[in-house]
Design a protein around this ligand. Structure first.
Ligand SMILES: NC(=O)c1ccc[n+]([C@@H]2O[C@H](COP(=O)([O-])OP(=O)(O)OC[C@H]3O[C@@H](n4cnc5c(N)ncnc54)[C@H](OP(=O)(O)O)[C@@H]3O)[C@@H](O)[C@H]2O)c1
Length: 385
């Protein structure tokens, strides 16, 4: 029996998530059709992807738009702008699934647009959910949009919830590999270089998320992301350091049973699950070798050594516009760190200062979320530059 192809738009196709999504899609040419690919700066790669997957639309930043015109061989492909036209792409009639593989709160508008068009959404992006997940989830219910998370921990929770009664959930264990600094003593943190921080022991990811993994702020974002996606309270989530990164998260139920999702550390696993849900297809990836692994380890997170996680947990207790401020400030701070403008230890100092100065609005609407984001960016820049 011939099946209808799933029609996919990939926002951020040149990033780590985007490239992994295309690796999944490439294995099943008879089951997926790529309708749109979007990038920002990386024209070379986007042009190669467009030549291979023949999408109807590609989008790049204003600055790169002109140079791409000559690089797209296929005349059928329409050129658009990123991020300006991403809301349009995310709501195209010809798209079934929108993969959100771009970083930052810039994904918020396309995310909402996909939700309002009733699409199936595979978000790797956590920032949109962190800053406005309360609005996204409300709209998803209204427009019957299905959200199947790609972030590996959220995918694990999503999978552990399948077939169980949400009312019987007792606790979620959100696992964290611990990032590049798990075994580095904090007394040498002020000597760390950008390269030291970018050496993640388990996952190969974009630079921003790798820095957030080193500070463990990424785990704080994920606590809030899980609260948004699964309607959890902060005290229902326990962050658990698990250096092998084999258990991607677990759900404990009232009877004490704990359901975990395990797998090798490869983002193609959760990406493919989101693309094929509710089915499971072969990935062709190597299996988890428990004999080789020998043991799995767990630790409590050290909130003194990683104060950014403590900050994020405080934010998760207060919410309102705080997540928006934390996210926007972090985007500016990490960018400054990556450019060598501030040392690693300043990430926490500046972030906590900006959060302290913020006048929080409880239950913000979209304009208030965006205003808080704008305020935080300006405020953070004034501390750095
Ligand atoms: N990487 C992972 O394994 C992983 C795991 C879980 C969750 N996530 C989340 O997934 C998201 C993406 O992470 P990543 O590691 O894949 O990032 P990445 O490698 O830096 O890729 C980001 C993508 O977004 C595009 N982009 C950048 N700025 C943009 C803008 N202003 N407007 C439109 N597009 C823009 C980039 O285009 P150019 O390449 O052309 O600049 C690229 O395609 C993040 O939210 C991250 O937290 C990632």
């Amino acid at each position: 029996m011939s099946r209808k192809k799933k029609r996919v738009a990939i926002l951020g196709s040149t990033g780590t998530i985007g490239q992994n999504t295309l690796r999944v899609v490439r294995r099943f040419p008879e089951r997926f059709q790529v309708v749109a690919l979007t990038a920002f700066n990386n024209l070379k790669l986007l042009a190669r992807q467009a030549a291979e997957f023949d999408p109807d639309y590609v989008a790049v930043s204003k600055d790169r738009y002109q140079s791409l015109t000559g690089k797209i061989e296929n005349k059928k492909t329409k050129l658009l702008l990123a991020p300006d036209d991403l809301e349009h792409i995310a709501s195209l009639k010809s798209v079934d699934i929108v993969v959100i593989g771009m970083g930052g709160s810039v994904a918020l508008k396309p995310f909402l647009s996909a939700v309002r068009a009733g699409k199936t959404i595979a978000p790797a992006n956590k920032e949109a959910l962190v800053v406005a997940g309360h609005l996204i989830m409300k709209e998803a219910q209204k427009y019957q949009s299905l959200i199947v998370p790609v972030d590996s921990e959220q995918s694990a929770i999503f999978q552990a919830l399948q077939g169980n009664d949400r009312q019987e959930l007792k606790k979620v264990y959100l696992t964290a590999s611990g990032g590049a600094l798990l075994n580095v003593p904090s007394k040498i943190f002020d000597r760390l270089t950008v390269q030291d921080i970018l050496n993640h022991p388990r996952w190969k990811m974009g630079k921003k998320i790798t820095v957030d993994s080193a500070t463990l702020l990424n785990k704080g974002f994920e606590v809030i992301e899980a609260m948004r996606l699964f309607q959890l309270q902060t005290d229902e989530i326990q962050v658990l350091i698990h250096p092998e990164a084999i258990i991607h998260s677990m759900v404990e139920y009232l009877d004490g049973s704990i359901i975990a999702q395990l797998g090798i550390t490869d983002m193609r696993l959760p990406i493919q699950y989101a693309l094929t849900y509710p089915e499971r297809w072969e990935t062709g990836l190597k299996a988890c070798d428990f004999f080789k692994l020998g043991q799995l380890n767990f630790q409590k997170p050290d909130l003194k050594k990683f104060p950014c996680l403590a900050l994020a947990l405080d934010v998760s207790k207060n919410m309102g516009t705080y997540p928006s401020v934390m996210n926007a400030a972090d985007e500016i701070i990490v960018d400054a760190f990556l450019k060598g403008i501030i040392p690693f230890k300043k990430i926490y100092t500046i972030l906590s200062r900006v959060l302290r100065k913020h006048q929080c609005i409880a239950c913000p609407d979209l304009e208030e979320v965006i205003a808080a984001d704008r305020w935080a960016r300006e405020e953070t820049k004034s501390f750095i530059y």
